[in-house]
Design a protein around this ligand. Structure first.
Ligand code: AMP
Length: 665
């Protein structure tokens, strides 16, 4: 080919970080050099966040599909280190690049990886083996990605997987005892850090020693006595432990090691009531196993599809009917997985069912089951006649009483309380992800793993590479991915605002960047029109910068219950003159101008007698006073209920006060 040249650099590279994986995508160079053989090469550098010095990443990073000769304009890097800064250079090359000694043509992307679960334990060694016990030791995972809090060892007799035992240990050794002589046992180990459990190791199989004929004759009585004594002691310990500790989860401390805890599972279920926690389907080695653990398989012939009602990320959402044996036919929603899906898409699609199937609450969308044995693959849930809450409210603007709206909010809070009790953080709570039925019952939906944010059109890439629905997300989750039930509470406050304003878009047409900046500077959404003051105060509480100061979901539920029981408390609306639409409220601590000192404030509310006590106990500034709780007042000796009320009401009033310094949008 005559007169061709190297290509220019690739353009518009974007990144998406998921724990320790990074996905890069870019568009081809503007100038291909007059050739059709452009390909891409990825250079990876690991950078020190303090010195800024970078070094080559080394061989542990895997590139999918490959590092060099990439024909497509995307690549995925996996097995990166957690909490590490990386620079990726995407270089465009063609057949004449080698001839050109000039500068490389690349675009670079900087990312920081997140916390990740530990990698699987890869080496397990057997130690002492007797006819009833097997001792094991293992090495810490290659990539612990944090401090290992404990290991979980799962074992079962070979081919008897439905009945297994789990031991927890802080050490890298354990002894499994009470085993059958001459039998093979399968062991799997996984590590847990603050980020959760890593994957299970591969299966390791070891055999207990056989009972020798002589020994069995000589000691035939002993094992029976030992076993019965052991069983007796264990039973007694379990009963005493249960009674003393009041724990309901039914596991006893294992005998030999105070650090070890042991649980027995039959058919994979712990049947004891009380403690239920959400299990991340990622922790299953085989995601198909998770689906079948938590979701019923439904025969496709039991389902009648009627019409398409929506579009999901993986395919159409339809309404239809389900007729299960011995039950009356009832309406359902059916999510389908479109044809031509990849294995990952199937896994992610069914991941939602694995999560939903673990929940059982009137305000959480109920999973009927899944169809995986025939195509199309489907997820069947209860049918919610009024569809998603944001669209429903927009369609019915101004049509409901305040009590009806508070009822909707109460339902959502109750569903969220259940999720937070289960240890599940939603991360994408928004009115568009709430479904509402013909009785106006609201249910939380849209569960997923990393996928949740992938398929949300509201989610935007942040500078740190994550994809986050900015307007609904707490500042600490945007800034450093601190997603917790407290960040869900922030989102809940935004949902309250959406509901009370009949589906208005939070922060209207402000850009995401402006929203981040305004919130960071202490500005908050103003009250929706005709909003009861108590509800707006609750929103402001949910939007406290300090996540520990936000109310918990159980407190929100009781607060809403109180308001519903006492509807006159909803009569006081946020003062119309102070509610200035199109302006944001500065949500700063009390005292930004109103009072110059604690003394002045207490005098003004005729509580001057407490000035000295306040000052002596460290409440010497209005900012410090802003943190005062009822408990604090009691501690300070303010025992008269009338005085407590006066002080708390004044504080609350100051918090909702609109101060000068509002910014136009
Ligand atoms: P999703 O993929 O879950 O966001 O669903 C897409 C759309 O389908 C939603 O916005 C709803 O309008 C509709 N939809 C999903 N699930 C249901 C359901 N259980 N009942 C009624 N409509 C639903």
């Amino acid at each position: 080919m005559a007169c061709t040249r190297p290509p220019s650099a690739p353009r518009s590279a974007i990144s998406n970080v998921n724990e320790t994986s990074v996905f890069l995508e870019w568009i081809p160079p503007a100038d291909t050099g007059g050739r059709k053989d452009v390909s891409y090469y990825i250079a990876c550098k690991k950078c020190n966040s303090h010195s800024g010095l970078c070094e080559a990443c080394g061989g542990h990073v895997r590139y999918l599909p490959q590092q060099t000769g990439l024909k497509n304009t995307s690549v995925m890097m996996v097995d990166l280190l957690a909490h590490t800064n990386y620079t990726f250079e995407i270089e465009a090359v063609n057949g004449v690049s080698d001839q050109n000694p000039g500068a490389r043509q690349f675009v670079s992307v900087n990312v920081t990886t997140n916390q990740a679960a530990p990698s699987p334990v890869s080496s397990v060694k057997k130690g002492k083996i007797t006819k009833n016990s097997i001792s094991l030791s293992w090495q810490e995972p290659d990539r612990p990605n944090g401090i290992i809090l404990e290991y979980e060892i799962k074992y079962f007799e070979k081919d008897q997987e439905t009945s297994y035992t789990i031991i927890k240990s802080k050490e890298t050794t354990i002894t499994a005892d009470g085993l059958k002589p001459g039998s093979a046992y399968v062991f799997q180990i996984r590590a847990r850090t603050a980020a959760g459990y890593g994957g299970f190791s591969r299966r390791f199989e070891f055999e207990t020693s056989p009972v020798s004929v002589a020994a069995s004759r000589d000691q035939s009585q002993i094992p029976i006595i030992v076993v019965s004594v052991t069983v007796g002691v264990i039973l007694l310990a379990v009963v005493i432990g249960f009674l003393l500790s009041g724990r309901r989860c039914g596991y006893s401390k294992a005998k030999q090691d105070p650090e070890e805890e042991k649980m027995h599972f039959h058919n994979g279920h712990i049947k004891l009531p009380g403690v239920r926690t959400y299990i991340d389907p990622h922790t299953y080695e085989d995601p198909n196993q998770a689906v079948h653990e938590f979701a019923k398989e439904i025969e496709a012939s039991c389902i009648t599809i009627e019409r398409v009602i929506g579009a999901g990320e993986f395919g159409e959402v339809c309404s239809g009917r389900l007729k299960l044996q011995g039950k009356r036919e009832f309406p359902v929603a059916i999510k389908t997985l479109k044809v031509g899906y990849t294995e990952k898409q199937r896994r992610d699609f069914l991941g939602e069912a694995s999560i939903m199937g673990q929940f059982d609450h009137p305000n959480i969308i109920h999973l009927e089951g899944v169809v995986t044995k025939s195509k199309p693959v489907m997820i069947v849930t209860e049918y919610m006649e009024n569809g998603s809450l944001d669209t429903f409210l927009k369609k019915n603007d101004g049509q409901f009483t305040v009590i009806q709206l508070v009822g909707m909010l109460r339902g959502i809070a109750s569903g969220m309380k259940y999720l937070s009790d289960m240890g599940y953080v939603h991360r994408d709570l928004a009115a568009r992800n709430i479904l509402i039925n013909s009785n106006l019952v609201c249910k939380v939906s849209d569960f997923g793993l990393s996928r949740v944010l992938e398929d949300d059109p509201e989610a935007a890439y942040t500078t740190r590479g994550g994809k986050i629905p900015i307007r609904w997300t707490a500042p600490e989750a945007i800034a450093f991915r601190k997603f917790t039930s407290a960040s869900d509470v922030w989102s809940y406050g935004i949902v309250m605002w959406e509901v009370m304003s009949y589906g208005e878009r939070p922060y209207w047409e402000m850009t995401n960047q402006d929203v981040i900046k305004a919130v960071e500077e202490g500005y908050r959404l103003p009250s929706p029109m005709d909003c009861p003051a108590a509800l707006y105060q609750l929103m402001l509480d949910c939007w406290q910068k300090d996540r520990n100061s936000r109310p918990k979901f159980d407190e929100i539920v009781s607060m809403l219950d109180k308001l519903i029981r006492n509807p006159s408390s909803l009569k006081t609306l946020v003062n119309a003159s102070s509610r200035v639409s199109n302006l944001l409220v500065e949500h700063s601590p009390v005292g930004s101008g109103a009072y110059r000192s604690v003394g002045e404030w207490l005098e003004a509310i005729k509580m001057g007698r407490y000035t000295e006590i306040f000052m002596e106990n460290g409440y010497s500034s209005m900012d410090a006073v802003a943190q005062v709780t009822l408990e604090d007042l009691r501690r300070l000796g303010v025992t008269l209920v009338g005085h407590q009320k006066k002080i708390m009401n004044s504080l609350q009033e100051m918090k909702v006060q609109l101060v000068n310094g509002m910014v136009p949008l």
